[in-house]
Design a protein around this ligand. Sequence first.
Ligand code: CA
Ligand code: CA
Length: 110
Amino acid sequence: MKALLLTATTAAALVAGAAIAQQAPGPAPQPKAERQISQQQFEARQAQRTERMFARLDTNKDGAITKAELDAASKARFEKADANKDGVLSGDELKRGKGMRGHRMHRQPA
Ligand SMILES: [Ca+2]
Ligand SMILES: [Ca+2]
């Protein structure tokens, strides 16, 4: 199989587009005033998120993401979102995935 080299940003965009649910919900949402962040904080979080995503996708840690690594990650996400394991994502399964993804945006950085 032909290797496909991707930049971290490209890989993050591809996976984010195909992302469904992947993690348990975080803590309860905070009051609005506590959720405000500066542009610098936002950009730092985005950079950290991209680095984590790249590290997770680059399973053999060679510094590049192949099509096979990307396909494996997409397959795992699909299978996790497919709660009833019928090979199809229903509207409810997609909604659960979106809800969980939205919840992640409000978590505090580690
Ligand atoms: Ca790799
Ligand atoms: Ca299903």
